[in-house]
Design a protein around this ligand. Structure first.
Ligand code: 13P
Length: 245
C-alpha cells in the first residue's frame, strides 16, 4: 500500500491562498507514488476540490459532526463534506480534543458518521509532554485507540505526539518506532488480521529534512503534515521522500 502524505491546513489560508496552494501541490504531483491529500478549512473545501478535479490530490475535512443532519448551529455533517468533494476527514486531532473538549467516545461517534457518509477517517491519537515525561505515553495512546476507533475500523490512524506539533521538536525515529509498533499491536489486538494493514501516520513537525528517515521507520504508513503543508514545495518534498510501498 502506498504511504499517505496528508496536509492539515488547519485554520490557515484565505480563499485565494488555498486555491494557489492546492494548484501548486497538483502541479508538482507528477511522479509521486505516495497518496496525496490536502485538508483545507471546510469553508474552502468545495473550491479546493473543484480546483483539484482530475488531479491525483484528494481532499479532506478537518472535523465533522456525529449526526447526519439536524439542529447543530455552526457544525458540519459528514455527508456535507462528502457532497463538497471530500473523500477523507481528520478526526480527534489534539487541537480539537484540547480546545473543544472532544472525548474518545465523541471521536468514535464522529468516525462512525464519517464512514457512513463514505469518507475515509484519519483518527488522531497522541500524548502530552507531561504524559511522556511520566512514562505514560503508551498507556494513554492505548486508551485513545480503544475508545476512539469503532469496530470494524477501515480508516487510518495518525500518531501525533502533542509536544511535537508546531514545536519544531520531532519525535526521534526510535520513539516513533516504539510507538508505531505498539499501535500496530493494539490494532491487531482490537481488530485481528485487518489490523495488520491499517496505515499509521506520524505527525508532528514533519519537514523535508526529517521526512525520509521518519517515513522509513517500520509501521509508518505516511505523514500528517501541518506547517510544512502550507508550502507546496515543502509538502511535495516530503511526499517525494515517501516509500513506494
Ligand atoms: P506540524 O507539522 O505543524 O507540527 O503540525 C502537525 C499536525 O498537527 C498535523 O495534523
Amino acid at each position: 500500500m502506498p504511504q499517505l502524505i496528508a496536509g492539515n491546513w488547519k485554520m490557515h489560508c484565505l480563499a485565494a491562498d488555498a486555491l494557489a496552494l492546492a494548484r501548486g501541490v497538483a502541479a508538482g504531483a507528477g511522479g509521486i507514488t505516495a497518496e496525496l491529500l490536502v485538508c483545507p478549512t471546510a469553508l474552502h473545501l468545495a473550491a479546493v476540490a473543484q480546483a483539484l478535479k482530475g488531479s491525483t490530490v484528494a481532499v479532506g475535512g478537518q472535523d465533522c459532526h456525529y449526526a447526519r443532519q439536524g439542529a447543530h448551529t455552526g457544525d458540519i455533517a459528514a455527508p456535507m463534506l462528502r457532497d463538497a468533494g471530500a473523500s477523507w476527514v481528520i478526526l480527534g486531532h489534539s487541537e480539537r480534543r484540547q480546545n473543544h473538549g472532544e472525548t474518545d467516545e465523541l471521536v468514535r461517534e464522529k468516525t462512525l458518521a464519517a464512514v457512513e457518509a463514505g469518507l475515509n477517517p484519519i483518527v488522531c491519537v497522541g500524548e502530552t509532554a507531561d504524559q511522556r515525561a511520566g512514562g505514560q505515553e503508551t498507556e494513554v495512546v492505548g486508551w485513545q485507540l480503544a475508545g476512539s476507533l469503532p469496530k470494524p475500523f477501515t480508516g487510518v490512524v495518525a500518531y501525533e505526539p502533542i509536544w511535537a506539533i508546531g514545536s519544531g521538536k520531532t519525535a526521534t525515529d526510535e520513539d516513533v518506532a516504539v510507538m508505531h509498533a505498539f499501535i500496530r499491536e493494539e490494532l491487531i489486538r482490537q481488530f485481528g488480521d485487518p489490523g495488520q494493514t491499517i496505515r499509521i501516520l506520524y505527525g508532528g513537525s514533519v519537514k523535508p529534512a526529517n521526512a525520509a528517515s521518519l517515513l522509513a521507520v517500520p509501521n509508518v504508513g505516511g505523514a500528517l503534515v501541518g506547517g510544512a503543508s502550507l508550502n507546496p514545495q515543502e509538502f511535495l518534498a516530503i511526499a517525494r521522500a515517501a516509500q513506494a510501498g
